[in-house]
Design a protein around this ligand. Sequence first.
Ligand SMILES: *Cc1c(COP(=O)(O)O)cnc(C)c1O
Length: 465
Amino acid sequence: MFEGTVVEASDPVNARLRQLPAVERLVDAAGRARELPRWTLLAAARSVLEQARRALRDESAPDGLDLESLAARAAKLAERLDRPFPRRVLNATGVVLHTNLGRAPLADQAAARVAEAAASYSDLELDLETGARGSRIAQVAELLCLLSGAEAAIVVNNTAAAVLLAVDSLAAGREVVLSRGELVEIGGSFRVPEIMESSRARLREVGTTNRTHLADYENAIGPETGMLLKVHPSNFQMSGFTASVPLAELSALGRAHGIPVLEDRGSGSLMDLRPFGLPEPAAWEGLREGADAVLFSGDKLLGGPQAGIVLGRREPVERMRRSPLARALRVDKMTLAALDWTLRTLLDGSAIERIPVLRMLLAPQAEILERAEQLAAALERRGGSGVSVVTETSVVGGGSLPDFELPGAVVRLEPKGSAAELATRLRSQDPPVLVRVQRDVVLLDPRTLDASEIEELARVLTRLV
Ligand SMILES: *Cc1c(COP(=O)(O)O)cnc(C)c1O
C-alpha cells in the first residue's frame, strides 16, 4: 500500500528517469569528440547520470537532460579526469612566490633528490652505523643549527603546523598573548585565531588594531600567561597612526617574567639578503633579538620545499619535538630530501646561483630586460603585433616583503579584444599561461620564466593571438 502510493506519486519522475540514456550510450556519445581513456568516460558518464537522477528526484531538474547535453557534460568531466594534477603552468606574472602556483619551484638537483628519495628505500629512520632506529629530522636540524647558530631546530609540515605545535606544546591550558594588530589572515586561510582555537592554548588579545604598546603586554601578563607571540603581518602594511612593540623589547619582557617569546616570521631566509638589495635579514635575527624560537616557511624566501621550520633555544624546541602533535605534523622523506639539498646549497655558498627563488628575485634588471626582448622578438618572428618591451617592477608575493618592488621589465601586449578575455583564454592553453592584466593590456613578466619557457610561451601565444 505504502509502496504503491509512492510509485503513483512519482510516476512522471519515473517516466523521465527511464528516458535517461544507458551508461554505455552516454560513454559512446561523450567519447565521440575526442579520444579519452575509457575509465574517464565511464566514470564521467556515471557521475553525470547520477546527478541527473538526483535532480529529477528532487524535482529540481534543470534543462539539458537530452543525450547531447549530458554527453557534453560527461566529455568535459572526462577531460578533467584525464589531466594529471597538479599541472605545470607557465608563470608569466613575475610573482616569484605565488601561493596559487605552488610557491617556490625547486632546483632540478633538489627535484632529483626528491625523486630518488621517493623511489627507493633509504636510511630515513635508521642509524646505519649502529643499526638502531634514527631520527628522520636529525640531519636537517643539524644543518639548520649550523646555518643559523641556533641551539636547536625542528621541521614540520608547514608554518601553520609549526605555530599550532608551538602554542599547543608550550602554552597548553594557558594564554598566548598577541597584539590585535597581528591577528592576521595569510593566503590559503591561515588565521592566527583559528589556529589558536585548534590548540589547547587560549588567545589573549592585547592593544588595538593600529597601536599596541609594551604596557599592553605587561598588563596582560599573569599566572595564566603561557607565551608572548609576535606574528609578522606578511601580506599587508599599516601606515599612519600606528605603533607596535619591537621583538627585542617583547623578548626582554618575556625573559623578565620567565615566559617564552616566539616569532612567526612567515617568510624566512637563512642568509642575510640585505647586501643583495632585498630588505630581509636572516631569520636568526629574531633569536639575536631574544626570541626563544622563530618560525618560518621552507617554501617562501628560503626557496625550498613546503615545510615549517623552527629555530630556537634547546628547551622549548625539545618540548615541541616531544609533543604527540609533532608526530602528526611530521614531514615526509621527499620534503626532507629537498630541504637537505637546499640547506647544503646554502652552506656551500652557491645558493644565489642555484636556488631558483633567489636567482629569480636577484636577477639584475638588465637580464630581465634581455629576456623580455627575446620574448618580444620570438613573438614578432611568429607574426605577433602590438608587442613592446617596457621596464616595470614585480613583487615578491607569497606574503614576503610586502610593498617591496623588484626592478625588471615586461612584454606589453595590446590585444584586439579585452585583456581579461585574453588572460582567460591563455589559462586554458596547454600548458596554461598565467599573465598580469593591467587595464587594457596584458603584461608578460619573464622574471619567472626560464630560457626554454620563453620559446614555449611564444609558441602558445602565437597560436592564440
Ligand atoms: C605564510 C605565513 C604563514 C603560513 O605558512 P605556511 O607554510 O603556508 O603554513 C604563517 N604565518 C605567516 C606570518 C606567514 O607569512
